[in-house]
Write a protein of this length. Structure first.
Length: 364
């Protein structure tokens, strides 16, 4: 019997279909090809004769990516019945003729995929249409910086075990272009010009250790001393609430103490209880009374006067994770406090998914 923190899977688990698709949710394969050809031909029509050959090569790469998108996610074809989505497709085709980089076509495909998933969402449409327009206007380093900023703000460990959570985060950062990041402030200015970032003239970014001390606050609570009166009282309260005692674990950053097996307070709601004769092989969620008991324990373990001491302990533990350290060194050198716009989030999310399709597709 144990308590576990779980994370719900994303809704983007589409199967890859390798064979020819003859019908896409009411739109025939031939009509899909016609729409792709129409939009791409219109993009080529804007090119002068001398540039036509090069543009055709570039648009061919783009078409390959789009066809691959529809094969992987055939349900997205239905978005072509929405005129605004066809307009977004046309914008992407025009950008494709301007770009020399294959990765830009991959980015455009990822952006269109997200656009087609929510064809009537104006917020998504506005951000992605602008993101499409600037794909060929930002450098690789600027895109890398944008992507890592997005990752820091959006990805957080779900494991309640410090070693597991930090290892997962280190592994994720290792998949991103963390060794090709921009320096100085010019990259921020350029992304600001292109509406991917907004820069506040006041304040600065939290240092990465400070940021994580808040995001994974469950790792840096002071905890309860083993065999103390407070500890014994906590065990009794767990027993009375029918919560398995193994929801507590030895504190990896504070010897002789225990803490709740959660990365932060918000994860308490996601704990499930397995066993105890509840009749469910998948476990059952906590009831409001049990959540209240764990919330109270979390508060008791969080001692404000020891925050700096625990943050220092986290910093020492981070030294064991080279990818996190690389990100930390770069993050702590950023000279201002940039904030990603919906345009920047769309680009960064698309780039992260382009690099590793197994990464979760996050809200923008």
């Amino acid at each position: 019997m144990s308590g576990k923190a779980i994370q719900k899977a994303g809704a983007n688990s589409n199967q890859v279909q390798a064979e020819t698709v003859n019908q896409y949710l009411g739109i025939s394969e031939n009509r899909v090809s016609e729409i792709i050809d129409e939009r791409c031909s219109q993009a080529l029509a804007n090119c002068v004769l001398e540039s036509r050959f090069v543009a055709e090569q570039r648009i061919s790469e783009f078409k390959t990516e789009i066809i691959g998108l529809f094969v992987r996610k055939p349900n997205l074809v239905n978005a072509l019945a929405e005129p605004s989505c066809v307009d977004s497709f046309g914008r992407a085709a025009r950008v494709a003729t301007r770009s020399t980089e294959r990765k830009d076509k991959e980015l455009l495909s990822e952006l269109l995929g997200r656009r087609f998933e929510e064809p009537n969402n104006r917020h998504v449409a506005a951000g992605i249409n602008r993101a499409i327009e600037i794909v060929d206007l930002i450098t690789d380093e600027e895109l890398n910086g944008l992507t890592v900023c997005f990752a820091v703000n959006q990805y957080s460990p779900i494991s309640g075990v410090v070693g597991e959570g930090l290892a997962a985060l280190d592994c994720l950062y290792g998949k991103l272009p963390i060794h090709e990041l921009p320096n100085g402030g010019a990259w921020i200015d350029n992304l600001d010009i292109h509406d991917a970032l907004r820069v506040s003239p006041f304040g600065s970014l939290l240092k990465l250790a400070d940021y994580y001390s808040k995001a994974i606050s469950g790792y840096v609570v002071w905890g309860l001393e083993k065999d103390s009166e407070q500890f014994e009282k906590a065990v009794r309260s767990l027993s009375e609430a029918n919560i398995p005692v193994d929801v507590l674990l030895d504190h990896e950053l504070h010897d002789g103490y225990v803490r709740l097996k959660v990365p932060n307070r918000g994860a308490i709601d996601g704990i499930i209880i397995i066993g105890q004769g509840n009749g469910s092989p998948n476990g059952v969620p906590l009831n409001p009374e049990q959540i209240s008991v764990l919330d109270t324990l979390f508060d008791q373990m969080s001692v404000a006067e020891h925050e700096q001491e625990m943050k220092a302990a986290l910093e020492r533990r981070l030294e064991n994770y080279p990818n996190i350290l690389t990100v930390q060194d770069w993050w702590n050198s950023i000279p201002s406090a940039p904030r990603l716009t919906v345009v920047g989030k769309a680009l960064a999310n698309a780039n992260a998914r382009r690099i590793d399709p197994t990464l979760p597709d996050l809200e923008i």
